[in-house]
Design a protein around this ligand. Structure first.
Ligand SMILES: Cc1ncc(COP(=O)(O)O)c(C=O)c1O
Length: 423
């Protein structure tokens, strides 16, 4: 990994840097180029953390690795005191390599191998179980170890949103969740000490085609805080039911992620916190775990891209081709990207389709109003720090560099790929 120190303009924020040094940056690091801001990540975490900890006495923020787990990004996040939320044994290993202690790791996900579970148990991680095969696997481990293992269970529930069936966890309304608790208590090998829910980004059938490339399905976003209130209340009610019926005390409630941004987080905090404060005696309050991902990193990275061609489509529509495609910005399947042009002109602004360079009709990054552009002009694809970098692929093109701006320093945190990396 190469470390560069270049002189950053006076304001030294990511924004200032892009505006003042865009040509220099693309010359030095190539185009396209992801630029992440350590200050923004720190600020987002601080706002998120303090919003919850001001209202609730025992909170833990476990950053959701899958959203962006470049090690240098994770270091910034862990230096702020965040735990790790991992969804695979691989992500678990990344956290351990960064010296996150096992007891500050929340291990989620539908596929955990026996070896990985044994290691996580040994290191004191929080394990949230997804399905009954995992329960069986853990019971086997508990018998082999000759000791009871603490687990959390993931629940799925109706929270008033029209959605496809939730494939994760045990269903609350059907009685599946209660049955699994009863089974664990009867067998006596696993002790349920926590409940987990993550209100996934809901996908529903759409009525109109909506101009979105992935037609026929639509992401409802952002989710309202009311769904969190319902989920929180249901976790509290279920905790109290299983306390009364099975004498189980919940040590933690994990409300997952899904928070759109840290701006306006307060209604989400209230929605989650008040049902818990009202539903438990003060001395029995469980730890509240949050697993934010996008709220921490989404607006902490932009992508610089360069126009490579200007086109007029057969229907007269203006279009441009840029050097970054959906292989780098897979979230473009769900929403058009927010694109800014640094060329400040009111002249000739028109709706423009922004295509990537891939030989795919679906390689559409955005449809947005832009001034007349020429090949060589730069565009900024804003707020792309969540779900894009870890899902990027070397489809047709090698992947670009990612740089991290931290105070006055710029560091290459992911090297630009080249042909040598293929061999
Ligand atoms: C279990 C779990 N927690 C947290 C997250 C993070 O979600 P978000 O980025 O919407 O905050 C995810 C994302 O899929 C998840 O599956």
């Amino acid at each position: 990994m190469v470390l560069y120190y270049i002189v950053v303009s006076s304001g030294n924020s990511m924004r200032d840097l892009i505006e003042s040094k865009i040509d220099q940056l693309t010359q030095q690091y190539g185009s396209p180029l992801f630029i992440a801001s350590a200050d923004k990540i720190k600020n987002n975490l601080e706002v998120f953390n303090s919003a919850f900890s001001q209202k609730y006495p025992i909170t833990a923020v476990a950053y959701s690795y899958k959203v962006n787990y470049l090690p240098e990004v994770l270091k910034v996040i862990h230096n702020q005191g965040a735990w790790a939320e991992v969804a695979s044994g691989f992500e678990y290993e990344v956290a351990r390599k960064l010296e996150v202690p096992g007891n500050l790791i929340v291990f989620n996900g539908p596929f955990k191998t026996k070896d990985q579970l044994e290691k996580a148990i040994d290191e004191g991680a929080i394990i949230n179980v997804d399905h009954s095969d995992e329960i069986e696997q853990l019971e086997q481990i508990a018998s082999e170890l000759g000791k009871k293992i603490n687990i959390g269970i993931r629940l799925n529930m109706e929270v008033g949103i029209d959605q496809l069936p939730d494939r994760f966890g045990f269903n609350l309304e059907s009685g599946e969740a209660r049955q699994i608790v009863a089974r664990c208590c009867k067998k006596g090998l696993l002790k349920i000490t926590g409940l987990h829910v993550h209100l996934t980004s809901y996908i529903v059938q759409t009525e109109s085609e909506d101009n979105i490339p992935a037609k026929g399905i639509k992401l409802i976003w952002p989710k309202g805080h009311d769904s969190y209130r319902k989920a929180s209340q249901k976790l509290v009610d279920f905790s109290n039911d299983i306390r009364d019926e099975f004498d189980l005390k919940m040590e933690y409630l994990d409300m997952g992620g899904g928070f759109p941004t840290v701006n306006g987080i307060s209604p989400y905090v209230n929605a989650i916190v008040y049902p818990i404060l009202d539903g438990f005696k003060e001395c029995d309050l469980p730890k509240l775990i949050l697993e934010p991902g996008r709220a921490i990193v989404s607006d902490a990275a932009d992508l610089i891209t360069t126009v490579v061609a200007v086109k007029q489509l057969p229907n007269g529509q203006r279009a441009v081709v840029v050097d970054a495609g959906i292989n780098l910005l897979p979230t473009s399947f769900w929403k058009f990207q927010d694109i800014e042009c640094l060329k400040k002109t009111d002249n000739n602004i028109e709706e423009t389709i922004v295509y990537g360079p891939l030989c795919l009709q679906t390689d559409i990054i955005s449809k947005t109003k832009l001034p007349k552009l020429n090949a060589g002009d730069h565009l900024i694809v804003k707020n792309v720090g969540a779900y894009n970098i870890p899902q990027s692929s070397t489809f047709i093109y090698a992947q670009p560099a990612v740089i991290l701006v931290n105070g006055e320093n710029i560091k290459v945190i992911k090297k630009r790929e080249d042909i040598k990396d293929m061999f």
